[in-house]
Design a protein around this ligand. Structure first.
Ligand code: NOJ
Length: 760
């Protein structure tokens, strides 16, 4: 008797070959191969190595600026693509140099960090994930592609699919939170939104899955820090979204800045070749992160850029970014240290991407300025406003303070209330801030003609002067008020005294999250906490609109402030979207994809914690149980949590065994028992009480976003198939073990139904 049913990894390869993006008819693939072989036959070694180079094209840098004579390099065939150059005319001109002035006229790739929209900016990815709305997320990626390709870009460095369990890490803002199952679903739809199944369509762009791999697990949440974990953990917790994106057909992958198993990702053959290509069947090309190859030297694994380049290319890294390390490969080939075949493989993969994008057919296909009319068009902005509202999470609503009525006097207070450049959020490189409304403007528009009065005072800067010292450079775009903290607070209190209700727009600055934005104190900055405390003393109803690029500690606020909405950074249409939710034109439906801790010391932290010896019950201190003496083991607001202005009831689930490929169906009825239409997210969690390897108590394995009118009910069913029960066992084999399984449903990961139990 076989103890385990093993899913053969070969099955994954089979699946991959069925993907529409990769399912080119063998004829067109043969044509592509013939075309590229003929081209490569004419290429010199220098020109082949040139294809492996991706210098910064514009003045948007994401590392130390690098200067070079790019135009001349393009003419000499030493450049394969450029990134962060903006504008169809400019890109057309650079493409013209490549096509008309270089010997072989090979077109360039133009990449950009189009992370959550182009000029129509969607919420930061962490926020967007809280919508759990796969159609809307795919649509957001589609709109980003339509706008970026209309402006000359054919390659986005997105989706960022790094799972993170650590709110200290600033880049948690760029991903989809803490759960690998949800992260994988989001990765798939984003790839589809960018690439569609017609990569050669001029509104499609090449996706780039990043950062491969495990970047979200940097120790202590400190940016670029060491990563170390067992393969057991990496395959069960971190790898699923990368794999899903690859299997959805993503054309490129970016290496991560960190180390995996002692080897930097940029030079890690096990990762870039064995796992990515051999195990998962990836057929695209791998690009370095910004100067990432040179960092092998910082890591101390190679004494020179030359050796770093050799290690990287041999590991399977095809394209260099923002460095000239790969130029040294010419010498390495001549000295016999790298084979021509290795260079050829990398060069071919990059040329294939260009071919699939249709650049050889028409190198200017993304360079038609007339197409720009679509950028920030009404339809795109409407979609951004809708998903921005869906991404907001109502954390607390004591006494149904929200939604606010559009009458009386409302005082809007806080450093983020009228802060235009903070609306878009981090990683909005194509943003045109002057077009985006501030919250104050959005609220004023929403109140127009209602007779309600909107008063405003900034109340404080983001931080006290002393707190901001040292990190001042990242706040270049923040307009700091030169008045004293006392004078600003006094003004705010005077304004608040005249109001019926106070709305506070507070939180971190947009660049307090994102790259190189690790923080250990993730509570509200003192300047704002002190202001909030002073406002609370007025005894008036207060709503906190909390702007954040990460999960933060809202312990104090949750105790003292009656109503809190986590707005994240909600993008170019965020101001209108916040007003929609605040005044109830849209009922909030966001659910956390990263749980909020009571205390920063709980990190790393996830709802998906493993069964331990001496388990803890109730979350509080219990001698000889796994717990803390001074803080709960539970989160303040759990994964999957989010309130609504209406109420939902979920019935106990029912299990119906099936024959054939489906093991059974779990069904439950969800009812809107309140008085408003609303949406919520029904979540399905799996438990495997006995397994060879230790598994988490619960793991998300399904979800559905449901909209219901007041009083309406819907039966929701989930078909349970064997692959949903699989995990990587301690030997690293993807396995489904026979025995008992349990399933629970609920509207967050803590308040779950009784389990339905079945045997496999
Ligand atoms: C550095 C970041 O780590 C990466 O996410 C980004 O795509 C590149 N720079 C290019 O800007």
């Amino acid at each position: 008797m076989t103890k385990h049913i093993t899913i053969l990894l070969a099955a994954a390869t089979l699946l991959l070959s069925c993907h529409p993006n990769l399912q080119k008819s063998s004829r067109s693939e043969r044509e592509m191969n013939r075309y590229i072989s003929a081209l490569m036959h004419k290429m010199t070694l220098e020109e082949k190595v040139g294809q492996l180079s991706l210098p910064v094209g514009g003045d948007i840098t994401t590392g130390e600026p690098r200067l070079s004579n790019t135009a001349e390099d393009i003419r000499s065939g030493h450049v394969g693509g450029l990134f962060n150059l903006k504008g169809a005319e400019q890109i057309r001109e650079v493409q013209r140099i490549a096509v008309e002035e270089s010997r072989l006229g090979i077109p360039l790739l133009f990449g950009m960090d189009v992370i959550h929209g182009y000029e129509t900016i969607f919420p930061i990815p962490l926020g967007m994930s809280c919508s759990w709305d796969m159609d809307a997320i795919e649509h957001a990626a589609r709109i980003a592609a339509i706008e970026a390709t209309a402006d000359g870009i054919c390659w986005t460095f997105s989706p960022m699919v790094d799972i993170s369990h650590d709110g200290r890490w600033g880049r948690i803002s760029e991903g989809s939170g803490e759960d690998p199952y949800l992260g994988a679903r989001i990765a798939e739809v984003m790839v589809r939104g960018y690439q569609t199944d017609q990569l050669a369509d001029s509104t499609s762009m090449l996706a780039c899955v990043k950062h491969f791999a495990l970047y979200g697990a940097v120790e202590g949440g400190r940016e670029y820090n060491f990563v170390d974990m067992s393969r057991y953990r990496m395959f069960n917790e971190y790898m699923a979204p990368y794999e899903a994106a690859v299997k959805a057909g993503a054309g490129s992958v970016m290496a991560a800045f960190n180390v995996v198993e002692g080897v930097p990702c940029h030079g890690n053959k096990w990762l870039l070749t064995d796992v990515l290509r051999e195990q998962w069947g990836f057929k695209g090309f791998v690009v370095a992160d910004y100067t990432g190859i040179e960092h092998l030297q910082d890591n101390g694994v190679t004494p020179s850029h030359e050796l770093a380049a050799i290690q990287a290319i041999q590991a399977g890294l095809d394209m260099d970014m923002a460095s000239s390390a790969y130029q040294t490969l010419i010498g390495a080939v001549r000295n016999g240290k790298v084979s021509v075949a290795t260079i050829d493989d990398a060069c071919r993969r990059i040329l294939e991407a260009k071919y699939k994008l249709g650049l050889f057919e028409d190198p200017y296909r993304y360079c038609h300025p007339a197409r720009r009319a679509v950028v920030r068009c009404a339809e795109h902005r409407e979609a951004a406003r809708k998903i921005a509202a869906e991404s907001m999470v109502l954390l607390k609503n004591e006494g149904n303070l929200l939604p606010l009525a559009k009458h009386g006097t409302i005082a809007l207070i806080g450093p983020l209330a009228d802060a235009r450049t903070h609306m878009a959020g981090t990683w909005s490189v194509a943003a045109v801030h002057e077009h985006y409304k501030t919250l104050r403007e959005g609220m004023a528009d929403a109140l127009q003609g209602t007779g309600a009065e909107l008063l405003y005072a900034k109340g404080s800067n983001l931080m006290y002067d002393a707190e901001q010292e040292g990190i001042i450079s990242i706040f270049g775009h923040d307009i700091r008020d030169s008045r004293s903290a006392g004078a600003m607070r006094e003004e705010a209190l005077n304004v608040a005294r005249k109001a019926d209700v106070i709305v506070c727009a507070m939180g971190e600055g947009s660049e307090s999250a994102g790259e190189c934005a690790s923080r250990v104190n993730i509570e509200l900055y003192d300047a704002q906490r002190d202001l909030l405390a002073a406002l609370l003393k007025l005894g008036k109803p207060i709503v906190l609109l909390h702007f954040a690029g990460r999960p933060t500690v809202l312990e104090w606020e949750s105790k003292h402030v009656p109503a809190i909405i986590e707005t994240w950074f909600s993008g170019s249409e965020g101001a209108d979207a916040i007003a929609d939710v605040l005044f109830g034109d849209i009922n909030p439906s966001g659910h956390l994809t990263t749980q909020l801790p009571h205390h920063v010391g709980q990190y790393p932290f996830s709802y998906r914690y493993y069964r331990t010896s001496r388990p803890n019950t109730g979350g509080t201190f219990g001698k000889y149980s796994t717990c803390y003496q001074d803080v709960s083991t539970y989160p303040l607001y759990p994964f999957g949590y989010g309130l609504s202005y209406t109420d939902f009831e979920v019935s106990e689930p029912v299990w119906t065994k099936q024959a054939g490929d489906t093991i059974g169906i779990i069904s439950t009825t969800i009812t809107n028992t309140g008085h408003r239409e609303g949406a919520t997210v029904l979540q399905l969690y799996l438990s495997d009480p006995f397994s060879e390897g230790v598994r988490p108590y619960i793991e998300l394995c399904g979800f559905e976003r449901i909209s219901l009118k007041a009083g309406e009910s819907q039966i929701v069913t989930f078909a349970i198939t064997p692959d949903m029960l699989a995990y990587y066992n301690p030997k690293g084999i993807k396995t489904i073990e026979p025995g008992e399984y349990q399933l629970r449903v609920g509207l967050n990961s803590r308040d779950l139904s009784k389990p339905v139990i079945f045997q496999l």
